[in-house]
Structure formats: C-alpha cells, structure tokens
Design a protein around this ligand. Structure first.
Ligand code: ZN
Length: 207
C-alpha cells in the first residue's frame, strides 16, 4: 500500500480488526489473519471483493449496530479514492429510505463517504439524492428482479451547479442500485457519475 495511505490509515486505525474483532497489532486496519483472506479488486470502482472478513466487517457495520466502523472502512476507501482528486465536484452517498435510516440509526453509505469526501477536499452532498421509495432489500431478491425493484427509487434533490459526482455505496451486487442512482443524478443535471464501492460481489453467471 502507498506510504501516504498507510500513514493516513494509522491515524484512524482501529485497535480491533473490523473483520473478526480481535485486537490488531500494528497500524493495519485488518489483522494479519483476516488480511491474508481479503481480495483486492483491480480497477477504480471497488476496493475489495465481497466475502470473508470483508463481508463480516460489512455485516457488523450495517446490521449489528457498529456504526463506528464507518470511519474505519471509509478511510480504507479514502486511501483508494485519490485518483478522483480534482475530478469530482462532490461525493454523493446512495441514500437509505428514511424509514430504514431511522430503524438502523445511521446511513452506512453516508458514514463511508465522510472520510472519502474529506480526503478529496470535495463537498459531501448528503442531500444530492433522495430515496423516494422504500424498496425490499436487493439482497433478498432474485437477480432478475433487482433492476425492477430499484427502478425509480431515487430522485435528484440538491445538486445545483454539480456536474461531476463520485457516487458511493457499501456493496455492489448487480449494479442495479448504482445504475438507478446514477440515472437520478443525471436527471438532476449531473453530467459525469463515477461509482465507487467498498466491496463488490463477484457473481456467478445469472441463470
Ligand atoms: Zn481479523
């Protein structure tokens, strides 16, 4: 990893591994055992392959109330986001519907976006998009129904003067959510949308 990234991470590194909750021995984010099981993804759109300790960390972050993992995992994303420095006018997290945010107590993509926006020196546009429909969780649906489920779920909101956006989410599965959110941003006048997720699922061929 780039020395600057390591340095940056050491400022926020947790004392416990987000994957297994064991204490970490150095300034790394994941412990040595978990780090050995994690797959990085080539290319700019995702940091990790979904699975193993990354999936465990996301599970703990999203569903077990560990909101503090947002700044840790977001800082890992920030370390990979420098390629967009000066290339985007703002960072827009894929929003939860307000009912789900209220139930969970926080919006995971917004928490991940904070360190990313900060490292890019770009505004964090928490109100760039609105979720206008509360849709069933994508992960509970068969592959082919996901696009239909999410279509029209987002609307552009406060995007005045924003032309280039980094759209950020925690997990990419089929890409249907990011596509629907991108379409809403473009309907709101954004001309360039770059997508970026913490982890991407590698899907078997859809049947
Ligand atoms: Zn671990």
């Amino acid at each position: 990893m780039h020395p600057l990234v390591t340095g940056f991470l050491s400022l926020v590194a947790p004392t416990r591994c987000p994957g297994c909750d064991e204490p970490t021995e150095d300034s790394s984010v994941f412990c040595v055992s978990c780090a050995g099981l994690i797959e990085r993804v080539p290319g700019p759109q995702a940091v990790f392959e979904y699975g193993g300790p990354v999936a465990d960390a996301i599970q703990r972050f999203k569903y077990d109330g560990h909101s503090e993992l947002g700044s840790v995992l977001g800082s890992v994303m920030a370390g990979d986001a420098h390629r967009w420095a000066g290339q985007v006018d703002g960072v827009v997290p894929v929003p939860l519907h307000w009912r789900r945010r209220r139930a969970r107590g926080y919006d995971q993509a917004a928490l991940l976006s904070r360190p990313v926006a900060k490292s890019l020196g770009a505004p964090l546009l928490l109100r760039g998009l609105r979720r206008v429909r509360n849709t069933p969780r994508q992960v509970d649906l068969p592959h082919r129904e996901r696009q239909q489920n999410i279509a029209g779920a987002f609307a552009p909101w406060r995007l005045r003067g924003v032309e280039r956006v980094l759209l950020l989410d925690d997990v990419r599965t089929t890409g249907a959510t990011l596509q629907a959110a991108s379409e809403a941003l473009k309907a709101g006048g954004v001309s360039e949308v770059h997508t970026f997720v913490l982890a991407t699922r590698v899907l078997a061929q859809a049947t």
